[in-house]
Ligand binder design. Structure first.
Ligand SMILES: Cc1cc2nc3c(=O)[nH]c(=O)nc-3n(C[C@H](O)[C@H](O)[C@H](O)COP(=O)(O)O)c2cc1C
Length: 167
C-alpha cells in the first residue's frame, strides 16, 4: 500500500502533523510539500492524504488548486483530508467544509480538524499584530490534537470488508 501525503504549511504546524501521520502509518509513505517539492504521479499511490492550514478563514490556494486539478483521479484513491487551525468545534468544522470540494469530502475515508499552533517565532510583524488583537494571544501556543491524529490514521487503515454487509 503506497501513500502520498501532500500538504501546505505556512508556519510549520501542518508539516509537523504530516510527519506524525507518516510515522504512524508506517512504510511506503511519501511526503510532498506542495510549496517546494515536485509532485509525483498520483496514479502511483493507493492512498492520498491532503492537508493544509487556515488563515483568515481560507486554506492555502495551492491546496485548492491541487484538489481541483486532480479531482478525477483523487476520487479513485483511498482519500484522507485534514486541516490545521485554531478554531474548534462547529467553527473548525465549517472551515474544513469550506476548504475542500464536496466531491472529495463525500469520498474521503478519513477527515479531520487536527488543531493548530500560534508560533510567534515564525510570524511576521503584521501577523503578530493580528493574532494579538483578534485571538488575544501574546505568546506561542500549541494545540495539536494528537488523539485526533491517531483516529485519523486509524480510519485510513480500516479495510473495507464487503462481507460485513451480507451478514
Ligand atoms: C495571520 C493568521 C491568521 C489565522 N487565521 C485563522 C483563521 O481564520 N481560523 C483559524 O481557525 N485559525 C487561524 N489561524 C491559526 C492557524 O490556522 C494555525 O496557526 C495553524 O496551526 C497554522 O498552520 P501552519 O503552521 O501549518 O500554517 C491563523 C493564524 C495566523 C498566523
Amino acid at each position: 500500500m503506497k501513500t502520498l501525503i501532500a500538504y501546505m504549511s505556512t508556519h510549520g504546524c501542518t508539516e509537523k502533523t504530516a510527519i506524525e501521520i507518516k510515522e504512524k502509518l508506517g512504510d511506503n509513505v511519501t511526503l510532498v510539500n506542495l510549496k517546494k517539492d515536485k509532485i509525483p504521479l498520483i496514479t502511483e499511490f493507493d492512498q492520498v492524504i491532503i492537508g493544509g492550514s487556515i488563515h483568515a478563514g481560507q486554506i492555502q490556494k495551492r491546496v485548492k488548486e491541487f484538489c481541483s486539478k486532480n479531482l478525477d483521479i483523487l476520487i479513485t484513491r483511498d482519500l484522507g483530508l485534514y486541516i490545521c487551525c485554531m478554531e474548534e468545534g462547529e467553527k473548525g468544522y465549517e472551515q474544513f467544509q469550506n476548504a475542500f470540494p464536496d466531491e472529495l469530502i463525500n469520498h474521503a475515508k478519513s477527515t479531520a480538524v487536527l488543531g493548530g499552533e500560534f508560533d510567534f517565532n515564525r510570524m511576521n510583524f503584521i501577523e503578530k499584530l493580528v493574532i494579538k488583537k483578534v485571538a488575544k494571544v501574546n505568546e506561542s501556543v500549541s494545540k495539536i490534537n494528537h488523539n485526533s491524529i491517531d483516529k485519523f490514521v486509524e480510519n485510513m487503515q480500516k479495510i473495507f470488508n464487503p462481507f460485513l454487509f451480507l451478514a
